[in-house]
Design a binder for this molecule. Structure first.
Ligand code: 5GP
Length: 178
């Protein structure tokens, strides 16, 4: 699997170190409050699991699934809720946990949907963010790494369902998708 990568952008160790930093920042910001982490399936599974284990606060987690890219590498702009939350967001301190923000289309739809459910607070944590995401209106409070405008895989991020289980994050070699 790792021979399908053209370039490693972040090693597993670098990712874990950054997760620890972000977790400490969230712990400090939410001292004494109980957070509901909302993960976006499937990409956020790795970051959700590592982030909450690095945190010292009490946390609960819940999951949503929305449609995104399918098997290609271009954003379709079509967002559909495939699986909704079990939890009631009324009065809760909610942090949406994302793998990556590219155009921000997925997230801006999701945030207006979640905001209408009456949470006490609603913030976003994303492991990776691409430059185009800066154009979106929803402010992202916690960012793991800013990355170049390239299609990346690993650490939960897939290409046609594969590579989510790579520990490092990198760009795919052309022979994989051409
Ligand atoms: P957006 O709506 O922000 O353009 O895209 C959000 C979703 O598209 C992400 O949650 C992720 O599933 C997918 N995505 C965006 N960029 C990448 C990328 O570089 N690699 C992979 N594997 N998925 C991406």
């Amino acid at each position: 699997m790792s021979q399908d990568l053209e370039k490693v952008l972040f090693t597993s160790d670098q990712i874990q170190a950054r997760i620890d930093e972000v977790a400490s920042q969230i712990d400090a910001d939410y001292e004494g409050r109980e957070i509901l982490l909302v993960g976006v399936l499937n990409g956020a599974v790795m970051v959700m699991s590592d982030l909450q284990r690095a945190m010292r606060s009490h946390v609960e987690m819940d999951w949503m699934a929305v449609s995104s890219y399918g098997a290609g590498t271009q954003s379709s702009g079509v967002v559909r809720i495939l699986k909704d939350l079990n939890a009631d967001l009324e009065g809760r301190d909610v942090i949406v946990v994302e793998d990556i923000i590219d155009t921000g289309l997925t997230l801006s739809y999701l945030m207006s949907n979640l905001a209408s459910r009456g949470p006490a607070s609603l913030e976003i944590m994303t492991m990776f963010r691409k430059p185009d995401a800066a154009q979106m209106e929803v402010p992202v409070k916690y960012v793991g790494f800013e990355i170049p405008n390239e299609f990346v895989v690993g650490y939960g991020l897939d290409y046609a369902g594969r590579y989510r289980n790579l520990r490092d994050v990198g760009t795919l070699a052309k022979h994989v998708y051409s």
